[in-house]
Design a protein around this ligand. Sequence first.
Ligand code: PLP
Length: 388
Amino acid sequence: MRQHIPYGRQNITEDDIAAVVEVLRSDWLTQGPTIDRFEQAVADYCGVKYAVAVSNATAALHLACLAIGLGPGERLWTSPNTFVASANCARYCGGDVDFVDIDSQTYNLSVAELDRKLIAAEKAGILPKVILPVHFAGQSCEMEAIAALANNYGIQIIEDASHALGGSYRSQKIGSCEYSEMAIFSFHPVKMITTGEGGMIVTNRLDLYQRLKQLRSHGIIREPDQLTQTSPGPWYYEQQELGFNYRMTDFQAALGLSQIQRLNSFVERRQALAHRYREAFQALPVKLPNDFAYTQSSFHLYVIQLKLEMLKRSKSEICEILRNQGIGIQIHYIPVHTHPYYQKLGFHWGDFPIAEQYYQESLSLPLYPTLTETEQDQVIRSLMEVLQ
Ligand SMILES: *Cc1c(COP(=O)(O)O)cnc(C)c1O
C-alpha cells in the first residue's frame, strides 16, 4: 500500500510549537491574557466587534442557542447537509430541530425551499425562532436573501461557519455578522486553523457577548457593576444563572494566535490546489464544485459528485479502491435526519430528497495546505483510474 494521504490535516510549524511552549512557561495556563489576544485577532480578521473563545464549536453552538434564548418547544432550522452538531445544539436547549433541503448547485440550504417552508410554517403556526445556515465546504450561503426572509418573520440567524474561516461573502469576511446575530467557528485539526480542540463565537451585539462570556464560565459574574447583591469584598463573585465550563486554555489560544497569522496563506494554498483538481478533472464523469460571484470559498473541503449513471463501478466500490490505495476520501455528510437519533424523533429517508441524492453521489478528496503536488497527482491518477 502506498503512503496514506488523509482528506484533511493540520499544519504545525516550529513557530506554533514555540508559541505554545511560551505560554506553558508563563503564569497563565487558562483564563489568562492569551485568550483575549486570540479573541481580538479573530474579531479583527472577521471585521466583527466581539469574539468569545470556547472549548470546541459544539460548545459554541450550544452557547449561541442559549444566548439567543432558544428554549423548550421552540424550533431551530438548519441544513441536513452538515455535521450533527449543527442540529444537536437545539436539542441541548430542549428545542426542536427541522431541516431545510439543500440547493443542488451550492449544497447549502436552499433559499427557495426556505421561502416555501416559511410560508407553510406560518400558516401552521410553527415558525422557527432560529435559522442556522451552514457555509458548507467554506462557500457562503446566500446570506442577504436568507436574512431578508428571516427579518420578514422575526427569526434570528446563527451562522455555522465551522468550515468557512478565511472565506468571504460580498467582499466581507465570513464572520462579519452583517446578516446574523452570531457566527461560530471550529478549530478542530481538519478545519481552517487549529487549537487542537476549540471554537469561537463572534457577534456585533454587546448583550450577546456579555451573556456568552457568563455562560462559558458557570454563569458566574465578577464585574462589580453587574452584581445583584452588595459585595462583601474583592474576592466576591455571583453565580447568576446555570452556565458551563466551556473555556479554552491559554496554550490552545497561543496555537490559534500563531496559526491565524498563516490563515490567508492556507486559504490561498487550498484555492490553488482546488484549481489543480478542477483542471485535472475536466474530462471525468464528475460534477465539480461551482463558483459563485457572491462568495470566495475557503475550500475547507473539495467535494466532487460522481455521475454514477456513466460509471461501471458503484460509489462504495470506488471508495474502497481509493482507500486501499491510501487515499483518505471522506463523505460529507450523511444527511443529519437519517441518523438513528433523528429517525427516532420522526424524520425519515425521503424527507429531504436533494440532500439525500447529493449524499449518494458526493466524495471529498484530500485537501489541506501541506498536501504536495506530488501527493495530489497521486490522488488525481488514482481517481482517473478508478473512474475508467
Ligand atoms: C466541525 C464542525 C462542527 C463541530 O466542531 P467541533 O469543534 O468539533 O465541536 C460543527 N459544525 C460543522 C459544520 C462542523 O464541520
